[in-house]
Design a binder for this molecule. Structure first.
Ligand SMILES: CC(C)(COP(=O)(O)OP(=O)(O)OC[C@H]1O[C@@H](n2cnc3c(N)ncnc32)[C@H](O)[C@@H]1OP(=O)(O)O)[C@@H](O)C(=O)NCCC(=O)NCCS
Length: 331
């Protein structure tokens, strides 16, 4: 077994790495939400994005059977390395995962990264996944637990009308404003600021993770990447009576080849809470989704289990539990 660094720009090698990573990361899970090879290539090759990426493969008899993706934040969290180790099921329990982890731990230490973060996905109702014992072996501990949920589409008749009426009773002088694609210039600065608040405002347990640093340049780079990945973005903001943005929600969907939709950020700023804006924003965005993109299969979302207000909105909408998404960290 040999561990090699993957050339991100060599399509054949990259695609082989991506196939092995998808098999390893997705094994045993319900419809795992994985980026396509083309979408991953856009993210990993971007030079103006907020992360540097390094990929490694464990090669046995000329075939990649184990993979690691290393994500290195550039603007914040500069002592952190987010890693995803995966081994295809037929080659597990032979030390390949350990060899990959040790290789990468040495590499990120050289780069000055003192903390390692990894995710373990545990499907609801399945036997305990090996990721727990694996992460423990290398000294990572559980820091945050999120639940992945899916809202099946189409929605039941009348659901959005009923929830819209419920929200309207408390929305008061706030108004909603929706767009698709890039954020209008007039809101860009405030919107970037809202993005940077998500990590400090949304609960993330005991994770050692700094708030992300967003500015208009990062927002625009992110929109450019999303467009290059063939994805559409649907956004709704709530505007307070004084004119400032009080909150937002965002859905992302691939134009062709994938029928699911992703719920990205939803945030209502603390001073604007208590007006059912979380529900109002999500209902408005689901309406835009249903009207503009018929035939989609469902919406995926992740929330920290202790995030009571967001979880209760999602349960009202009909989201169902699929798997636990646990963030484990060392250092
Ligand atoms: C976790 C994973 C990478 C392990 O790969 P692997 O090549 O089988 O790992 P190793 O053979 O090096 O095992 C390392 C340790 O993990 C633990 N482990 C791995 N599989 C296990 C299992 N099925 N049951 C119990 N412990 C297990 C053991 O502690 C093992 O050490 P040991 O062999 O000395 O007992 C692999 O199962 C996988 O790809 N899972 C899905 C992705 C994932 O969870 N990644 C880890 C996120 S941090």
């Amino acid at each position: 077994m040999k561990i090699s660094r993957i050339d991100l720009f060599d399509d054949a090698v990259f695609n082989a790495w991506h196939a092995a990573a998808s098999e390893g990361v997705g094994a045993g899970r319900h419809d795992p939400p994985l980026y396509s090879a083309a979408q991953s290539a856009v993210a990993y090759r971007a030079t103006d994005g907020p992360y540097d990426y390094e990929l490694y493969g464990a090669v046995v008899d000329g075939e990649i059977v184990g993979t690691v993706r290393v994500e290195l934040p550039k603007h914040d969290n500069r002592t952190l390395a987010d890693i995803e180790v995966a081994v295809v099921p037929a080659h597990r329990r032979r030390g390949i995962g350990s060899a990959l982890f040790e290789h990468v731990a040495e590499r990120v230490a050289e780069l000055g990264r003192t903390s390692i973060l990894g995710v373990v996905n545990q499907p609801i109702g399945a036997d305990e996944v090996p990721g727990y014992a694996f992460a423990s072996k290398f000294g990572l501990t559980r820091r945050n637990v999120e639940m992945r949920r899916i809202l099946p589409l189409p929605l039941p008749e009348g659901l959005l009308d009923r929830l819209e009426a419920k929200a309207a009773a408390k929305v008061g002088g706030y108004r909603l404003h929706a767009w698709s694609g890039a954020c209008p210039e007039e809101y860009a600065e405030q919107y970037a600021n809202l993005k940077s608040l998500l990590m400090s405002e949304a609960p993330n347990g005991e994770m050692d993770y700094e708030p992300e640093v967003w500015d208009v340049a990062r927002l625009r780079a992110d929109e450019k990447k999303t467009e290059a990945q063939g994805r559409d973005l649907l956004t709704v903001i709530a505007v307070a009576p004084g004119g400032e943005i009080a909150g937002h929600t965002q859905l992302a969907l691939t134009r062709e080849g994938e029928s699911r939709v992703y719920q990205w950020d939803t945030l209502v700023l603390p001073e604007h809470r208590g007006h059912r804006l979380g529900l109002a924003l999500k209902v408005a965005n689901l309406r835009a989704l249903v009207a503009g993109y018929p035939g989609r299969s469902g919406v995926e979302t992740w929330n920290a289990v202790q995030n009571g207000p967001m979880v209760s909105v999602n349960l009202e909408l009909g989201f169902r539990e699929v798997e636990r998404y646990e963030e484990w960290q060392r250092g």
